[in-house]
Write a protein that binds this ligand. Structure first.
Ligand SMILES: Nc1ncnc2c1ncn2[C@@H]1O[C@H](COP(=O)(O)OP(=O)(O)OP(=O)(O)O)[C@@H](O)[C@H]1O
Ligand SMILES: [Mg+2]
Length: 300
């Protein structure tokens, strides 16, 4: 199973590129899951199909999945309730599952957990991950160290407190430890998958404008500092073939940023996608897939 993680700034075309990638790989006869990691899911709109919160077959070899965060938060809370009860109980705070989903980092944990389930099943040849604008890849990479730090601290408290917790309720302290270990193993499994180039490909989508290019540079620098290699950059919304003054000026400024990116990242594949002049969804995704993969700009 291969993971294709699509990252980038808000609104640059991540979901369109993720969906088009799914169209391409499934068209090659590879079972593919388009997995939305964006709490504000948009794959349903882009595929023009109501996907729902379970993996759904939407075409030959193509499945899509938009996990329901609220449902995930309830399940997650149920599964790890011992940790949360102990953790928040310390501060005499009662946390309800419905509050839990809006706590920082929780959506990353839930998506990581769902992705881990998919990864463990090994049911698909490709999983294309459409990420949130905030580039969840970072929190995903940091989760193991956060949970490891937590485990170390809990283990440090072990002799002192686990016995006491076990006294409160038989096995309570031990079950907390085993739950934290499970969470850590899952976070580590997904981090290891993302940093393994034989498993994961990270594609960064950008547009040829200053703010987007700068943000992409920072994103690439940061994820690569975590050991993850960004293999391709997709430059979207590129204008060509227009003589009007407005487009000529735009083309001149876009060309600078495109050349700049090509010069800085000569070790990466750089794909250029035209601005299609209208929203891209449904049947028009085939053209994007053709432009990205059919023309050999990106390879799978
Ligand atoms: N090359 C293109 N030409 C024309 N429209 C495009 C192109 N690429 C994307 N779009 C349109 O731009 C909008 C944003 O695209 P998309 O939803 O893929 O961006 P995103 O990066 O996933 O956004 P978000 O960060 O909000 O998740 C959509 O309406 C999409 O149809
Ligand atoms: Mg999106």
């Amino acid at each position: 199973m291969r993971l294709i993680y699509v990252a980038g700034k808000g609104g640059v075309g991540k979901s369109v590129c993720s969906a088009a990638t799914g169209i391409w790989t499934s068209g090659q006869g590879k079972d593919t899951l388009a997995f939305s990691m964006d709490p504000a899911h948009s794959l349903s709109d882009i595929f023009d199909i109501d996907i729902g919160s379970q993996p759904k077959r939407i075409a030959d070899h193509l499945y899509a999945y938009e996990p329901d965060l609220a449902e995930g938060a309830r399940d997650f809370f149920r599964r790890y309730k011992n940790i949360f009860t102990a953790l928040f109980g310390l501060f005499e705070v009662e946390v309800k599952p419905e509050d839990f989903k809006s706590m920082p980092g929780v959506s990353e944990l839930i998506f990581m957990d769902k992705l881990n389930d998919i990864y463990a099943q090994k049911k698909y040849d490709y999983v294309v991950i459409d990420s949130a604008p905030t580039a969840m890849v970072l929190p995903l990479l940091q989760l193991p160290s956060i949970t490891t730090g937590f485990v170390t601290r809990v283990l440090g408290m072990r002799n002192k407190w686990i016995g006491v917790l076990n006294l409160l309720e038989s096995g309570f302290g031990d079950s907390i430890l085993s739950e934290i270990r499970t969470m850590r193993v899952k976070a580590e499994t997904m981090r290891n998958a993302l940093i393994d180039p034989s498993v994961a490909t990270i594609n960064v989508v950008t547009i040829p404008e200053k703010a987007a290019v700068e943000e992409s540079r920072r994103l690439i620098e940061t994820v690569e500092a975590h050991g993850v290699n960004v293999s391709s950059i997709i430059i979207n919304h590129v204008i060509s073939d227009c003589d009007c003054q407005f487009c000529q000026r735009k083309i001149a400024s876009q060309t600078c940023y495109i050349q700049d990116l090509k010069a800085s990242y000569s070790n990466k594949r750089i794909a250029v996608l035209p601005d299609y002049g209208a929203e891209v969804k449904g049947s028009s995704l085939g053209q994007v897939a053709e432009d990205l993969y059919g023309k050999g700009q990106l390879i799978i």
